[in-house]
Design a protein around this ligand. Structure first.
Ligand code: ADP
Ligand code: MG
Length: 419
């Protein structure tokens, strides 16, 4: 996954984690003599722990390619290797226990509880009862379902999103080095899908697996993939990281497929923490105005769009304060939090940050770290500069250089402190 250090909570750290290199060499599948091959000479390598998203129009061979990896379908020609060993030499039933498989229809066994469904593979692997119990609890916690509440439920008692989560836990249960996911989130509503995608990314940071993820949705691919493999009529057209695919589509087909708004799509590739932020003009509530003025004169704080940002003792942003208001004040007022919207978490993507700015009709947002401390300000100009820096937008118009208050309509920072 792009960006950021993996974080390990005690639960996550206790999960053993394996990931294997997956290699397809000239793999071909012909369903019949007189039709063209469904997959034709497909070669690609997925490095251990990376997410490869297979994408392309319906019927281009994605599912066929995936099912050859766990031998639900046998290739007509070519070789598939996991950590250098051909899957052909493996017993198919054993192989499938070592490859997690998640599909759109989930496929939970309706007569088994959540616990029993997740425990399926560990039981087949002959694990001790206690080890299975611990493992299932850990996995349920990891996917955000309280084990005490959900272990005894049956699939029919779960929402679609919860079923898909259990399907994911079940696929991870045997600690497979490789996971195959065939349009796993396409049957749920858009909000649930976004949540599942985020959960999966968080999970993948904690427990890296080599993942082949089939999708027909370019936005999902850009968000999820370390590398995207674009397929057309059984062939691999391009295999590249999302940023490269968006910046340099190999041909017209790929360019069409990624769409005209690829500059916008690349906004999802970068997080606010990765771009250059404006130093926040922080002042403390209760701070004498005299001292604030001295700090401004010394250049310690530079007002942004003629505003200061009032923070508490822990740098939590509270509200904007227009510089002219200092005239009438002895000290920075003790404002309540909430006037500094939008407050943007540093892990937010540029796309989401931009939409937060628009939604709040604000020129700037206060960026905070994991403790809620303000570490900078971000506006549309910083986002645009970050995009250019990432090299995904090509040569656009000349960069806007000033932090003009009119950047985003200019109504914020403005209100708040006056009210
Ligand atoms: P995708 O997952 O990209 O939509 P598939 O791998 O399911 O594509 O299908 C690729 C091609 O192979 C399609 O033309 C499809 O009709 C054909 N195909 C898939 N499964 C079979 C099968 N079991 N028998 C014959 N043809 C098949
Ligand atoms: Mg398919």
């Amino acid at each position: 996954m792009a960006g950021g250090e993996p974080t390990h909570t005690p639960v996550e750290a206790s999960l053993r984690s394996s990931a294997g290199v997956l290699e397809l060499r000239e793999v071909t599948k012909r369903y019949s003599r007189d039709s063209p091959p469904a997959v034709d000479g497909l070669s690609l390598t997925v490095p251990a722990g990376e997410v490869c998203v297979l994408i392309g129009p319906s019927g281009c061979g994605k599912t066929t390619a995936l099912k050859m990896i766990n031998r639900l379908i046998e290739p007509t020609a070519g070789e598939i290797l996991i950590d250098g060993h051909s899957v052909r030499e493996r017993n198919p039933a054993k192989l499938r226990r070592e490859i997690g498989y998640v599909i759109q229809q989930v496929g939970l066994l309706p007569h088994l509880t959540v616990f029993a469904n997740v425990a399926t593979v560990p039981r087949l692997l002959g694990w001790e009862k206690e080890r299975i119990r611990v493992r299932v609890r850990e996995l349920l916690e990891l996917i955000g379902l309280d084990p005490d509440e959900f272990s005894g439920r049956y699939p029919a008692q779960l929402s679609g999103g919860q079923q898909q989560r259990v399907g994911l836990a079940r696929a991870l249960a045997g600690d497979p080095p490789v996971m195959l996911m065939d349009e796993p989130f396409s049957a749920v509503d858009p909000i649930t899908r976004e949540r599942l995608q985020n959960d999966f990314l968080r999970l993948h940071r904690a427990v890296p697996k080599t993942v082949v993820f089939v999708s027909h949705d370019i936005d999902e691919a850009v968000k999820m993939a370390d590398r995207i493999a674009v397929m057309r009529e059984g062939h691999l057209v391009q295999y590249a990281p999302p940023s490269e695919l968006l910046a340099h589509p190999a041909d017209e087909f790929v360019a069409d497929f990624v769409g005209a708004d690829r500059a916008l799509k690349s906004l999802s590739l970068t997080r606010v923490e990765e771009i250059e932020l404006i130093p926040p003009p922080l002042v403390r509530r209760g701070e004498p105005v005299e001292r604030v003025r001295a700090r401004i004169e010394r250049g310690e704080i530079v007002p942004v769009a003629d505003h200061l940002l009032v923070a508490d003792e822990d740098d939590h942003p509270l509200d904007w304060l227009p510089v002219p208001r200092l005239e009438a004040l002895q000290a920075i007022p003790s404002v309540e939090p909430g006037g500094a919207e939008p407050v943007i978490d540093q892990v937010t993507t540029l796309r989401d940050a931009l939409s937060a700015l628009f939604e709040a009709n604000a020129a700037y947002g206060a960026v905070v770290d994991e403790d809620g401390r303000c570490i900078g300000l971000v506006g549309a100009a910083e986002i645009a500069a970050g995009l250019r820096q990432a090299g995904t937008m090509g040569s656009g118009p000349a960069p806007a250089t000033s932090h003009a208050p009119a950047t985003l309509g200019g109504s914020r920072p403005a209100a708040g402190a006056d009210g």
